[in-house]
Design a protein around this ligand. Sequence first.
Ligand code: FES
Length: 96
Amino acid sequence: MQLKGRTIEKTVVPEPGKTILQHAKDHEIDWQHMCKRGTCARCRCQVLVGAEFLEEPTEAEHRRLDPEEFDDGFRLGCQTVVKMPGKIIAQNKTYF
Ligand code: FES
């Protein structure tokens, strides 16, 4: 899994069952977040590659993100769980 930030790009081994945010935190990547419940959207990210390796969006994501954002690959890092190993590129893109 490759996690891209404003100044950091890091490749980590994806672990099924863990969220994108958990991967970032475990590998000391500066990934914005606050609530970890799917409400603040500070952890919002754009999945550029590998959406098929992720679980489907949670109810919290459907409540917080617009349908157009899903179309553009946006997810909430604290809610997005890796389903299986594979190349995943996600970039933290918060609203502010
Ligand atoms: S940390 Fe708040 S929505 Fe993910």
